[in-house]
Each structure stands twice: as structure tokens, then as C-alpha cells.
Design a protein around this ligand. Sequence first.
Ligand code: DQA
Length: 150
Amino acid sequence: MKKILVLHGPNLNLLGTREPEIYGSTTLQDINMILRQQAEAANVIINFKQSNFEGEIVEAIQHAADYDYVILNAAAFTHYSIAIRDAIAAVRTPVIEVHLSNVDKREEFRHKSVIAPVVVGRICGFGVDSYKAALYCAINKLSGVDSDAD
Ligand code: DQA
């Protein structure tokens, strides 16, 4: 069975109460449950990890060799972590970048993603649906349904 890892970065453990006008009121547990249902319906194994620590995210990416896809919301690290960017570039497992909010509509410092050049694609601005769309894309890629150019 195909395996997908969902990695959530710093402060995403606070979803539900953290700036709900920006991030919505859905908790991280709720998001994971929604994604688990979506994965199970597609016969895909899904695992989740949240960390507030850059090095833990680097290590999770380094250890993702037995996963077929990684869905990553690197949160604030997106905007400046060369270490996470290099980890993504170092592994063969493809990574999809996800954000709940539309980072391009927000403060200038959020417009830059240092991981953008090394991910398969980016989805932002759709709240929980950003994650669902990323999972949909990963599943389609893995099942060979996707026929577009990479
Ligand atoms: C975020 C956007 C980032 O700019 C921010 O630092 C986050 C969450 C999002 O999901 O919208 O923590 O990645």
C-alpha cells in the first residue's frame, strides 16, 4: 500500500484557537481525522507529525524514504529555513507545500517561500481544503491518474 506523511510545522498544534480569523477554527486533530478518512477511502496509509522544531522537521524529511509522498505545511519555516529546503532537495520522496492561509495576500515576509523551488507544487489559501487538495493530488499522482507534465 502507498504511504503518505503529513508534516505540520510550528504553531500548527494551536490551530482552533490560534488567530481563527486567519486559520479557521478547525483543530489539528480535526484536520488529521479528515485526511485520515480521505486516505482510507483511497486505500492509502497516512501518518502525521507536528513539530515546533526545525531540526525535527529536517529529520522527518530525511527519514521519509519509505513514504511515497510528503505533504508539508512548514508554517513560518517556509519563509526562511534553508535547512528544510536542503532536506527536501536531498531526498527522493516528492513533497507538496501546503498553507491554510493565502500567504501571498499577507505580509511581505510571507510572500517568499524558500522551499518552493524544491517541491512538486504548492497549495495555499483554502484552509483545511488546502490539505485535502494536496492529498487528492498526491493520491492521483500515486495511482497514475494524473497525466499532466511534472
Ligand atoms: C501558514 C502560513 C505561514 O506564513 C505561517 O507562519 C504559519 C501558517 C499557513 O498554513 O497559512 O504558521 O503556513
